[in-house]
Design a protein around this ligand. Structure first.
Ligand code: BTN
Length: 252
């Protein structure tokens, strides 16, 4: 492990850890600086959303947790942190790799019908104050093989561009894009974050199949509300869905 300060980023580089999010949560006892990043080549127990495991081959991908103190946000504004994080990842992919990605609500990053990155944000809220957030990002850079269950669903920068990229360089660039989006968030440019999110929302304004309460329904995503619920037109009626209440049906 060694520590590094590049531009304004404090980075802790690890060869292996259980989960960078877990490492970050333990590090919080030592009051790390705002925007400290924990980066690992390998996680033995990487955490995904919904208690899933995040799989990543050693040294091939970005596995990072970014510690921030967004105390300027009210708890009901937390979805803007998701929006700012998605914006940073999309700008990173576009600027450095010319890859056009989409945001699959609430916070997966897709290229075409395949996932290139996942975000796991863990917040600590006390009363009306956000104490800290750990923004965990897993982004597939050079991995090209996944196990049977995932291989139809995942992609990487290498699969898209047919060439290897330098992971550590990509990490520094992603941190710069995160910093830039963090400034947008700090300045409370909420309409700009929402516009970007909607403009890049996967399957927005198109009719698709979804699963709701074990039933298949046809619907059109219209947008997201202030709290980050997905607004979908189903049978001529606007409905709001919280995370896990609606599932996209994506053909293999
Ligand atoms: C998802 O399920 O899509 C979210 C995946 C988040 C994975 C990243 S990898 C770095 C950080 N540490 C973890 O244990 N999880 C996040």
């Amino acid at each position: 492990m060694f520590n590094h300060q590049i531009l304004n980023h404090k980075i802790i580089w690890l060869n292996e850890t259980e989960s960078t999010n877990l490492y970050a949560s333990q590090l919080l006892k030592d009051n790390p600086a705002d925007e400290t990043a924990i980066v690992a080549a390998f996680q033995s127990s990487g955490k995904g959303q919904r208690q899933n495991i995040w799989q990543s081959e050693s040294g091939k991908n970005i596995l990072m947790s970014w510690i921030i103190y967004p105390t300027f946000l009210k708890p009901d504004e937390l979805f803007f942190l998701n929006k700012a994080t998605c914006r940073a990842i999309l700008q990173f992919l576009k600027t450095h790799f010319n890859i056009e990605a989409k945001i699959k609500w609430p916070n997966d990053i897709y290229v075409g019908d395949k996932k290139i990155a996942g975000i796991l944000i863990e917040n600590s809220i006390m009363g009306n104050v956000i104490k800290h957030a750990i923004v965990g990002i897993g982004l597939n850079v050079n991995q090209t093989h996944w196990d049977e269950l995932l291989k139809q669903k995942c992609t990487s920068i290498k699969l898209i561009l047919q060439k290897e990229s330098v992971v550590n360089e990509a990490i520094i660039n992603l941190l710069s894009d995160l910093h830039q989006s963090y400034e947008v968030l700090m300045n409370k440019q909420f309409p700009a974050l929402t516009d970007f999110y909607l403009k890049h929302l996967f399957r927005v304004n198109e009719e698709h199949l979804f699963r709701v309460n074990f039933e298949t329904v046809k619907g059109v995503i219209i947008g997201v509300n202030h709290f980050g619920n997905l607004i979908v037109m189903v049978d001529g009626e606007l409905k709001n869905f919280a995370n896990k209440e609606i599932e996209y049906i994506i053909p293999d």
